[in-house]
Design a protein around this ligand. Structure first.
Ligand code: NI
Length: 138
């Protein structure tokens, strides 16, 4: 059964959204919104995946001149160094750093660590992308 719903949002935001879905080739807003909802649900489901063998990729953009933030991000990583499989650090410009980390370990623990990195005050952009060995997938 299909349900209809109304959504309120700012004009400028809607214009940007319309431009985005056109660029991505969606037939209409409904299809684009359905995809966004599905993606959010899949992501949420991954967050609750438990088990010793999970993998996450964390992407962070932050200003390295914010000394406390850079220190905090490093502290979090050293506190759980065993979970950090790889890191990539790129100096984007005079101020901004891009850092990508691959975390591996217990699903709940690495997700907690990933979220504490993304949630650190001053992180301008943060994403947690769950990855998988694919063993449980058909
Ligand atoms: Ni840097």
């Amino acid at each position: 059964m299909i349900k209809r719903l109304g959504i309120s949002l700012e004009e400028g935001l809607l214009a940007r959204f319309d431009a985005l879905i056109e660029a991505r080739g969606y037939a209409n807003r409904s299809e684009a919104i359905r995809d966004l909802i599905r993606a959010a649900l899949v992501e949420e489901e991954w967050k609750h995946l438990e088990g010793p063998e999970q993998v996450l990729v964390v992407t962070l953009v932050y200003d390295h001149e914010s000394y406390h933030l850079a220190q905090k991000l490093t502290d979090i990583q050293h506190a759980r160094f065993g979970m950090v499989v790889a890191t990539l650090h790129i100096h984007l410009d005079e101020h901004n750093c891009l850092e990508t980390l691959v975390l591996r370990g217990d699903g709940k623990e690495i997700m907690e660590m990933a979220q504490s990195l993304v949630a650190a005050r001053g992180v301008k952009f943060g994403r947690v992308v769950p990855a998988t060995t694919g063993r449980e997938l058909p």
